[in-house]
Design a protein around this ligand. Structure first.
Ligand code: FES
Length: 147
């Protein structure tokens, strides 16, 4: 049911933990399943993501997608990080079962929330970044229609 890549990232999640004095921190949850995700970003003066870590109280698919998402955003600019959508993460993981697609939204939204936090702290605007939601279950209905 799960690809080898999903199993690998679930069994050996990358970048689990916290970043002290992170440039941006974002926490989102899904009220329907009760899972919570927190992302930490370390962004340098040139707007490049040097490090990204996550902590989750979430299911296996949430762990695997967040692990992959942290790998994908590292080394990218904040603008490029917006292209790391849940779709991109799922492709990088060779897919997720349809019932688990919403879990990948938790990772995407937590990154957006951390970027939003960074932008607010630095008084900048990240083109294309919308104010994140705290509860992705409000959003998931519209986005799920794409699958
Ligand atoms: Fe809640 Fe996967 S079931 S994030």
């Amino acid at each position: 049911m799960y690809s080898e890549k999903v199993m690998d990232h679930f069994n050996n999640p990358r970048n689990v933990g916290e970043i002290e004095n992170a440039s941006g921190v974002g926490t989102v949850g899904n009220a329907k399943c009760g899972d919570i995700m927190r992302m930490y970003l370390d962004i340098d003066d040139n707007g490049i993501i040097q490090d990204c870590k996550f902590k989750t109280f979430g299911c296996g698919a949430a762990v695997a997608t967040s692990s992959m998402a942290t790998e994908l955003v590292k080394g990218k600019t904040v603008q490029e990080a917006l292209l790391v959508t849940n779709k991109a993460v799922m492709e990088a993981l060779d897919g997720l079962p349809p019932v688990k697609v919403h879990c990948s939204l938790l990772a995407e939204e937590a990154i957006h929330a951390a970027l939003w936090d960074y932008a607010e702290k630095h008084n900048i605007k990240i083109e294309g970044l919308e104010k994140p939601v705290n509860d992705i279950s409000e959003k998931e209905e519209d986005e799920a229609e794409d699958y």
